[in-house]
Design a protein around this ligand. Structure first.
Ligand SMILES: Nc1nc2c(ncn2[C@@H]2O[C@H](COP(=O)(O)OP(=O)(O)OP(=O)(O)O)[C@@H](O)[C@H]2O)c(=O)[nH]1
Length: 565
C-alpha cells in the first residue's frame, strides 16, 4: 500500500476494471461463437436449448457487472437483450423431456437478439462518464476518520461574559478544546477536527447566517449550532429552529445535558458510519470492486467467493452486515441466506442481496428466504455506500441497545466483564501489562437523599461522559452497577493507570452541578489492579475492588493500587 489511501483505492479500481475488460472480451467471444452456431441453425441446423441458455447467462453476467466497472451502455444493452431471451429460457429449460431443441418457430427471435449482440463489443470501447470517474478514485465517497475528544473544537460566540466564563471552564474540564470568538469576526478557518458553535439566543440569527455563508462559499457542511436560550416554549423553540439552531439548552445550563448534546451532534455530523461487511459473490472482480469502494468509505470489508466457507468466515469475521450474490454457480444466494439463519447467532444479521435479477416477484421470493434488501446490479458506488451505511448504522444501533446501559450508554455489567476477561487473556498471551479500574461515587446516597434521584442520575451521566471524553478510544468503559463503573486501560502500567485515574478524579471533583440555585460537587474513589498479575479477569476485578475498598476506608476521593497481602 502506498501512502495515499485514495490513490491506492483508485489503483485497485483501475486494475479491477482492466480485469473486467479482459473477461468481458472473452465472454463476448463466447457469445459470438454461440451466435454463429445459432445463426447456422437458421440454415438448417438445430437450435439447441443449451446454446440459448449460455447466451442468456453471458448476457446476464454482463448486464449485472458492466455498469459497476463504468461500461454503462454495454450493461444496459446486455440487459435489454437478456430480457428478450429470458422468456425462451424459462419456456424451454435445458433439462426437459421434450428434447434438447428450441422449436423452429422461435428461431427468428433468438437470431434477431444474437445478431444485435454483435455490436456489444463496440460498447466496450466507449468510456462512459462513470468509468472515467471510477478510475480517478472514489473521492465522492465519505472520507473515514475517527474522532477523539481533543478533535472536538467548541467555539463560543455571541454569549454573555458570565456564560462564556462558565462554559469555557466546564467544557474544558470535560476535555473539549474551547475557544471564544466575536460574532463580527467569526471564522472557523484553521480549526482542525470537528467544530461546533455555541451561541446565545440574541446572536443566533447573525451567527447562523455567517456560518451559512462560510459553508456555502466552501461547499462544505455547516457546523452544528447549539443555542443557549431563556425560554423553552413551543413558539420560542420553533423560532430558534427556524433561525438555524440544531439544539437548544435552556439556562441555567446543565453541563451534562450540554455535553450530551455536543456528543450527539458531533457523532451525527462526523458521519463516521462504518462497520464490518462480509461480501459473498462468486464474481471475484465484482466482489473486489465493491470491496475497494466500501473500504474507501471507511468500512472494514472481507470478500469471499466460495459459499461453502460462509459459516466459518462469519464466525471469524463477525460482520455487521452481509452482501450476498443471488446466483453463485451451483448455489443460490437465498438458500445460503436461509442456512445462515439456522444459526441463532446470525438470525438478525442484515443481509443485502446484490443481484442482476430484475423480476420483482423473484426478488420478493428471495427476500422471503431471509434477506433485508435487494440491490439490483449494476449498483452505483454511491448507492452501495449509502445502503451499507444505513444497514450498518441500524445494525449497530440495535447492537448498542443490547449491550449498552440506557442511562450512560456505557457497556452493561456482563459485557464489561467479558471485555475484562478478553483483555486479561490477551495480556497473558502477549506478556503485556494492562490495568483494570473500579470506580465508585463517594457518599452518593446523600446526593440522592438531599437532591433527589434525578440529580443523582445527572451525576452518574456526567461521570460517564467525562470518562468517555478523557480516556483513550481504545480504553473500555462499563457501568458495573448503580454508581459503580469498571474501566480497562490496555497497554498501561499500574503507575500510568493511577496517574490517568487521578486526573479524572480531579476533573470530576471540579465539576459543579446546579440544583435550584445551589451547586454541589461530588468526588470519586478508584481502585486499580494489573490484569496480567492474575489468573483470570474476575480475580483482577476482585483485586481492584479490594483496592477501592481500601480507598473508601482511607478517605475516598482518589486512587489506590492493589497490593498483595
Ligand atoms: N440516582 C441514582 N442513584 C443510584 C443509581 N444506582 C444506585 N444508586 C444509589 O447509589 C447509592 C449508593 O449508596 P451506598 O452504596 O450506600 O454508597 P455511598 O453513599 O456512595 O457511600 P460510599 O460508597 O461509601 O462513599 C444508593 O443510594 C443507590 O440508591 C442510579 O441509577 N441512579
Amino acid at each position: 500500500m502506498g501512502t495515499d489511501p485514495k490513490a491506492d483505492i483508485a489503483d485497485k479500481l483501475a486494475q479491477l476494471r482492466l480485469s473486467f475488460r479482459g473477461k468481458a472480451e472473452d465472454e463476448l467471444d463466447q457469445l459470438s461463437e454461440v451466435a454463429a452456431r445459432v445463426t447456422g441453425g437458421a440454415q438448417g441446423q438445430r437450435l439447441l436449448r443449451e446454446d440459448v441458455m449460455s447466451a442468456y447467462q453471458l448476457l446476464h453476467r454482463l448486464a449485472g457487472s458492466a455498469g459497476t466497472f463504468g461500461y454503462a451502455a454495454l450493461g444496459a444493452e446486455a440487459r435489454r437483450l437478456e430480457q428478450r431471451l429470458k422468456p425462451l429460457v424459462e419456456k424451454y429449460p435445458v433439462q426437459a423431456d421434450s428434447g434438447p431443441e428450441v422449436p423452429g418457430e422461435e428461431t427468428p427471435q433468438v437470431i434477431n437478439a444474437l445478431t444485435q449482440a454483435g455490436h456489444l463489443r463496440s460498447l466496450l470501447d466507449e468510456t462512459s462518464v462513470s468509468a472515467t470517474r471510477s478510475t480517478k478514485g472514489p473521492e465522492h465517497l465519505n472520507d473515514h476518520y475517527s474522532l477523539t475528544v481533543a478533535d472536538i473544537q467548541v467555539v463560543l460566540c455571541g454569549l454573555s461574559e458570565g456564560s462564556q466564563v462558565f462554559l469555557e471552564y466546564t467544557l474544558s474540564n470535560y476535555g473539549f478544546s474551547v475557544s471564544r470568538q466575536a460574532v463580527s469576526t467569526l471564522s472557523l478557518d484553521g480549526t482542525p477536527g470537528v467544530t461546533l458553535v455555541v451561541t446565545g439566543e440574541d446572536a443566533l440569527s447573525e451567527v447562523s447566517a455567517a456560518l451559512d455563508a462560510k459553508a456555502g462559499s466552501k461547499n462544505s457542511l455547516k457546523p452544528p449550532l447549539i443555542c443557549i436560550g431563556h425560554r423553552d416554549d413551543f413558539r420560542n423553540r420553533y423560532a430558534l429552529a427556524d433561525a438555524g439552531a440544531d439544539a437548544l439548552i435552556t439556562e441555567p445550563v446543565d453541563a451534562t445535558v450540554l455535553t450530551e448534546s455536543i456528543e450527539r451532534l458531533v457523532s451525527e455530523q462526523s458521519r463516521t458510519v462504518s462497520g464490518k461487511i462480509l461480501i459473498l459473490d462468486d464474481d471475484e472482480d465484482l466482489a473486489g470492486h465493491y470491496r475497494a469502494v466500501l473500504e474507501g468509505a471507511g468500512f472494514n470489508v472481507h470478500a469471499i467467493s466460495n459459499p461453502e466457507t460462509v459459516l466459518s468466515e462469519l464466525s471469524e469475521f463477525s460482520p455487521d452486515i452481509m452482501l450476498l450474490d443471488v446466483r453463485m454457480g451451483d448455489y443460490s444466494g437465498p438458500t445460503v441466506a436461509k442456512l445462515v439463519r439456522f444459526d441463532p447467532e446470525w438470525v438478525s444479521l442484515p443481509i443485502i442481496y446484490l443481484s442482476s435479477e430484475q423480476d420483482k416477484q423473484v426478488q420478493l421470493e428471495a427476500m422471503a428466504k431471509g434477506a433485508d434488501e435487494f440491490l439490483t446490479k449494476p449498483v452505483s458506488d454511491r448507492y452501495l455506500v449509502r445502503a451499507a451505511q444505513i444497514r450498518c448504522y441500524r445494525a449497530r444501533q440495535l447492537n448498542e441497545l443490547l449491550i449498552r446501559d440506557s442511562l450512560t450508554s456505557l457497556l452493561k455489567h456482563s459485557y464489561i466483564k467479558q471485555e475484562i476477561d478478553k483483555e486479561q487473556a490477551r495480556c497473558k498471551r502477549l506478556s503485556q501489562s494492562s490495568v483494570v479500574a473500579m470506580l465508585d461515587l463517594d457518599h452518593f446516597k446523600k446526593v440522592n437523599d438531599q437532591y433527589g434521584h434525578r440529580m443523582g442520575d445527572s451525576v452518574i451521566k456526567a461521570l460517564a461522559s467525562l470518562l468517555r471524553q478523557r480516556l483513550r478510544s481504545t480504553d473500555i468503559i462499563g457501568r458495573y452497577g448503580g454508581e459503580e463503573f469498571a474501566v480497562v486501560l490496555p497497554e498501561c502500567t499500574t503507575q500510568e493507570g493511577q496517574s490517568v485515574m487521578t486526573q479524572i478524579c480531579e476533573a470530576f471533583s471540579d465539576l459543579s452541578f446546579n440544583n435550584d440555585g445551589a451547586s454541589l460537587s461530588v468526588t470519586l474513589s478508584v481502585g486499580i489492579a494489573a490484569l496480567d498479575a492474575f489468573e483470570s479477569g474476575s480475580d483482577a476485578l476482585n483485586a481492584a475492588d479490594q483496592a477501592l475498598y481500601e480507598r473508601k476506608k482511607g478517605g475516598r476521593n482518589g486512587v489506590t493500587i492493589f497490593h498483595q497481602g
